[in-house]
Design a protein around this ligand. Structure first.
Ligand code: ZN
Ligand code: MN
Length: 176
């Protein structure tokens, strides 16, 4: 991340923590920087592994608490799923997500639905006060979709050497 972005993100973090009566710490800053720099919607474990290379003393518990603090300050979004897992998103502008059912990766989907289409759903009909909405597409990412179309590994193994364009015997024969 460019230096001026670095300084600006720290300023944003300081102000948000201050406004919420929270203390600025280098560890919270490292967690926030990582979240801003990735669009992978990482789990707390993934953030821990990534930030540990920069802040070796950080613990998983600190990462988890830092993430929750960022969410509480409105600097990150927590995406929760039915199996109890959670992912974090440093992107807080209105956007939606597409979730791969095979590899669980989350992709950003830009764009907004027309306001009149949302109104047509009438979410406030039972006196519910709507403050926002989220749209999640589910399906299969490009990689997982392509993998599902490919031949299965066992078949590939059996036919691989025979279809070798060089006409040479397989690698196993060479090393034998
Ligand atoms: Zn996938
Ligand atoms: Mn996102």
């Amino acid at each position: 991340m460019a230096r001026h972005h670095h300084i600006r993100s720290e300023q944003i973090l300081r102000e948000a923590l201050d406004a919420n009566g929270q203390r600025f710490t280098g560890q919270r800053a490292a967690v926030f920087r990582y979240l801003l720099a990735t669009d992978s919607h990482p789990t707390a474990d993934e953030v821990f592994v990534a930030v540990r290379s920069e802040v070796p003393v950080i613990s998983l518990a600190t990462v988890y608490k830092s993430l929750e603090t960022l969410v509480g300050c409105g600097l990150a979004i927590k995406l929760t799923y039915g199996d109890g897992s959670a992912r974090y998103d440093g992107r807080t502008d209105p956007h939606h997500h597409a979730r791969c059912l095979a590899c669980s990766r989350i992709f950003d989907v830009a764009g907004r639905l027309p306001a009149d289409e949302i109104r047509e759903l009438n979410p406030g009909s039972e006196g519910f006060q709507v403050t926002g909405y989220r749209l999640e597409f589910t399906g299969f990412c490009e990689e997982c979709h392509e993998a599902s179309l490919g031949t299965d590994p066992a078949t590939e193994c059996a036919t691989g050497p025979a279809t070798d364009p060089t006409g040479e015997p397989g690698a196993a024969a060479h090393s034998a």
